[in-house]
Write a new protein. Structure first.
Length: 511
């Protein structure tokens, strides 16, 4: 191996091993850059399936007018499919492995690559969870081995995590970073650690959503809506789990748990039970949702809301900051009587819900705990009210939730119902992840800019978690996390020292 950076222009032939969803997408991305690609599978059947997938993607590009017939034919002419690994990689300047996530398979493959590749060929693995150091350490030339983690679909998603081990040469990492930029992707450079940036932040958040569901903090629809509407994420965590595959997420969690320990990475029992039942999500037809029918799961719930009775009189307990003044006016405009204190005729009592405190305390102070619902607005501002979290203490009467939902529907509020626990739904999900992101920065693993870039480009976040933390205010985030920790005893919710310091100093993570 020479100690010089190989320029992207010098990488003329790339071997892609494994033509599943990821591998075929990576092969398409590389070949569309003008390079030759050797597309490799272990047998002719898998090779035919992979090439059919790749051709289908190119045909769709032609039908959308994004590629001409001539350009497609030229692209296909640069692909050489084979099921002969040694012959396929012999002339490659770069090999990208995208085979199943099983260490024994990858170790066997890299043994073959050791024998068949040139000494200066760069070997990259697309693993999303396995130890690249373990893969590299068993090879003949570990300085040339690195991670090149694309996201699905590879031709579309902009993020690529470039992962170095303690053995990877700086030149190898720099070459892969330059190549990634030439492919019009955005690289983030990190060291080999379980989950890298994206999975280390995303999968515990998804696991936390499962815990909220199994502990009756909210329904699956409300948990998903809290993240989608309240945080502005492309989809809710349970829907995303079904899309990724519950088995895939469980496997990543187990890798994270083995490396880091702690409750944050311990798989939720419900997640494991669904996997045991082989309910993996979309690919199996059922997961958290049932995909075997065309009727939306929430349709029946909407019908129930339409039939739910509206309270004739609502008591709105005003707060010093006037947070409920506009709501009281809207209730009056809807033809419902609003009173400042509850009476025997009051059907619903509304108080301000603070994610740092129990609504129960306010309910007891009012004197009508069975009729009380707390309301907390997320994302309010610029004339918008955002998401309304309707928070119900456990002592709330059975019909109170229906009344609260019916009132929210009459007022056209985007609402979810949460059990009365610190953080409710939206902040419980978000702030625990913010804490993870600060820990990643605190440990020197990644910069705030790279963390935010990775989550925006890899997961579709409208803003990165550290920017969202700044917008919420570090002091507020710390106080909610402390309340979550006090209520649960879970050390995972203890604010990391750097977050506590920033809160005390009034500092921001993204200047």
């Amino acid at each position: 191996m020479t100690n010089s950076v190989i320029q992207p222009a010098d990488i003329r032939e790339v071997a892609v091993i494994g033509l599943g969803l990821m591998g075929s997408g990576i092969a398409e991305l590389i070949v569309r850059s003008g390079r030759r690609v050797v597309a490799i599978e272990i047998n002719q059947t898998f090779l035919d399936q992979g090439m059919a997938r790749l051709r289908g993607s190119l045909d769709r590009a032609v039908s959308r007018g994004k590629l001409t017939d001539t350009a497609r034919d030229e692209i296909l002419a640069r692909i050489r499919p084979t099921d002969d690994i040694p012959a396929g990689v012999a002339g490659a300047d770069l090999v990208i492995e995208a085979i199943p996530e099983r260490m024994e398979l990858k170790r066997t493959l890299f043994d073959q690559l050791d024998e068949a590749c040139r000494a200066d060929t760069i070997l990259a693995t697309n693993t999303s969870s396995l130890s690249i150091t373990e893969i590299a350490g068993a090879t003949r030339y570990p300085p040339r081995v690195a991670g090149l983690h694309f996201f699905n679909p590879a031709p579309v998603m902009k993020l690529v995590e470039v992962i170095s081990t303690v053995l990877t040469s700086p030149e190898t990492a720099e070459t892969l970073t330059l190549l990634t930029r030439e492919l019009r992707k955005t690289p983030v450079q990190v060291n080999d650690r379980a989950g890298f940036i994206v999975n280390a932040l995303l999968v515990p958040y998804l696991n936390h959503a499962v815990r909220l569901l199994e502990t009756a903090q909210g329904t699956r629809e409300d948990i998903d809506r809290a993240a989608h509407v309240g945080l502005g994420l492309p989809m809710g965590p349970l829907t995303l789990l079904d899309l990724i595959g519950l088995d895939t997420s469980l496997a990543v969690l187990e890798v994270l748990q083995a490396e880091f320990g702690g409750t944050r990475y311990a798989p939720a029992p419900l997640l494991r039970k669904l996997c045991d039942a082989r309910l993996f999500g979309r690919k199996s037809g059922r997961g958290f949702y049932d995909y075997r029918h065309n009727t939306p799961a929430a349709a029946a719930e909407d019908d129930d809301l339409a039939a739910a009775p509206l309270p004739a009189e609502v008591a709105v307990i005003r707060d010093p900051d006037g947070l409920l003044d506009e709501l009281a006016s809207d209730i009056t405009a809807a033809g419902i009587s609003v009173v400042p204190q509850p009476s025997p005729d009051t059907g619903l009592v509304i108080v301000v819900a603070d994610p740092k405190h129990r609504v129960l305390d306010a309910a007891l102070a009012v004197g009508h705990p069975a009729d009380v619902v707390g309301i907390h607005f997320i994302g309010a501002g610029d004339g918008k009210r955002g998401l309304a979290e309707l928070v119900l203490p456990d002592v709330t009467a059975a019909g109170t939730a229906d009344k609260a939902r019916a009132l929210a529907a009459r007022l056209s509020l985007d609402a979810v119902i949460s059990r009365d626990r610190p953080g409710f739904l939206t902040e419980a999900l978000a702030y625990a992840q913010f804490n993870d992101a600060v820990r990643m920065f605190q440990d020197g693993y990644a910069s705030p800019a790279d963390i935010d870039t990775a989550m925006m480009l890899g997961c579709g976040y409208p803003r990165g978690p550290l920017q969202m933390l700044d917008d919420a205010g570090p002091a507020h985030v710390v106080s909610v996390l402390e309340a979550m920790h006090a209520a649960t005893g879970d050390q995972a919710f203890t604010p990391v020292p750097l977050l506590a310091e920033y809160a005390t100093a009034g500092s921001r993570f993204r200047s």
